[in-house]
Design a protein around this ligand. Sequence first.
Ligand code: NAP
Length: 242
Amino acid sequence: MPRLAGKVAVVTGASRGIGRSIAEVFAREGATVIATSRGKAGDYAEIGSGIEYQQLDVSSVDDWARVVDDVVTRHGRVDALVNNAGIITYEPAHELGIDDWNRVVAVNQTGTWLGMRAVIPHMLAQGGGSIVNVSSIWGSAAVAGAHAYHATKGAVRTMSKNVAITHARDGIRVNSLHPGFIATPLTDAQDEDVNAYVVSQTPMGRPGLPEEIAYGAVYLASDESSFMTGSELVIDGGYLAQ
Ligand code: NAP
């Protein structure tokens, strides 16, 4: 039986990279997938068959209400939410502008909170669900620069534990997922020297693939992880083991 058979799952930031792979693997594993990002449905035409698309800016309260209401109206429930959408800036704390700080916080941190806030009432009403919040190795460890990214990914890690504990007896599980260096449009756009450095510091000596993260998300969203909440699933080629 497919690992997510019968589950209704919302995935944010699913137009490319890790989120897109999560949407595709979830669909292959039998979930009804609502893939979301800021683009219009037409921008998303080439995504795998059987995957619905909804426009959702994760920093918008109104977008969350519209999308989650629609999902619950049409599908009757929401079993899994993957808060994957994320952006990065590279400035150290003393060079970061307030607008860039606010932008990164709005997407990575506020967006993750708003997603949990939107689905939890439905998960309470239906008796459970699984929330997967995508953090990073930079939610626990640091490299120089990228101050706002580190701050928000650390917040995602601890916010996840807070909601996990709050709802541990409600059947709602919340875990954070911590990718290491993964080859995606985000890392493709980064400085080559930065990428080479992070890969050189990765014990397995190569970038990860989006699908290698997606299978971790399948585990967390599925009933296979039924005794796991408030935890961190690290998939990083050994980076944080050092
Ligand atoms: P990516 O290729 O840049 O994709 C980011 C996704 O987020 C896109 O689908 C983008 O879609 C969406 N997005 C951006 N702003 C949004 C907003 N305001 N509302 C909704 N969607 C938004 O990034 P990625 O590498 O796949 O990263 C995905 C997640 O993994 C992020 O949270 C990232 O921090 C985390 N991560 C990545 C790595 C890595 O090495 N790649 C490592 C650790 C953690 P639109 O622009 O079309 O809206």
